[in-house]
Design a protein around this ligand. Structure first.
Ligand code: GSH
Length: 235
């Protein structure tokens, strides 16, 4: 059976940078499940029509189609109960909190730092769409969102809860990584793949955790193509 994940790609098919898709890539690796990732661009909405959805990730697992990264993690736990990602209903509820933390605290801070790099990493045919939809969402131009000094200070504050947890534990989920780690780490993969900005100082406990996360599953994250690996793509 081929398991397929529709995965956002950028200026090059090998450049995969969606934070939500990275959550799922790690979750599948955690379960030991193989997957074929299929590159998808913002303009290819019709390719997701079968899923009744317009965003990635979309997972096709045999006869089952699941959209939305969090729903995919829940689906994987239901279907492949060994090595839980989110666990019982209380742990699942905490996982949802982590998703809100990643999306509402980490991502906005990172966005101030990487937004212009992100635009540059997107396929040229998708850039006008990205600009138009994101400027509408933010209520500002991308250039106005770009504010690295502000972003770094905002990120430093937003990293506080992660630091606290990582001072007491190897992973957010304890001695071994789990759903909480993958949900949060997806955002760091997003930034890493599109930008060379240093987001975390190497004295920070978050830095050591990032290094561990990059090495998991045979270096899944570390081996991922970055925009800096693509000739002529990085300004
Ligand atoms: N809540 C969704 C969010 C997915 C999402 O926003 N994906 C972005 C890529 S990072 C996307 O496909 N956007 C399509 C668009 O903006 O048209 C999830 O967790 O999967």
């Amino acid at each position: 059976m081929t398991r397929v994940l529709y995965d956002l790609c950028g200026i090059d098919e090998a450049l995969r940078f969606s934070p939500y898709c990275w959550r799922v890539r790690y979750a599948l690796a955690h379960k030991g499940l193989d997957v074929e990732t299929r590159p998808w661009r913002f303009s290819e909405k019709q390719a997701l029509a079968f899923a009744n959805h317009d965003k990635v990730p979309v997972l096709v697992d045999g006869e089952t189609v699941v959209a939305d990264s969090y729903e995919i993690l829940r689906y994987l736990d239901r279907t492949y109960p060994e090595a839980p990602l989110l666990g019982d209903s209380m742990a699942d509820a905490r996982g949802r909190f982590m998703a809100h933390y990643a999306e509402r605290s980490l991502a906005p801070a990172m966005l101030h730092i990487i937004i212009m790099d992100l635009l540059n990493a997107i396929h040229p045919d998708d850039r006008a769409y990205f600009r138009e939809t994101r400027e509408k969402r933010f209520g500002r131009t991308l250039e106005e969102v770009h504010s690295p000094v502000r972003g770094l200070s905002q990120l430093d504050t937003a990293l506080g809860p992660l630091r606290g947890r990582l001072e007491e534990s190897t992973y957010l989920d304890g001695e071994a990584p789990g759903g909480a780690d993958y949900i949060v780490f997806g955002n760091f993969m997003w930034a890493r793949c599109v930008s060379s900005a240093d987001l975390v100082s190497n004295a920070d406990p978050v830095y050591a955790w990032l290094e561990r996360m990059l090495d998991l599953y045979g270096g899944l994250g570390r081996q991922a193509t970055r925009v800096t690996d693509i000739e002529g793509a990085y300004r």
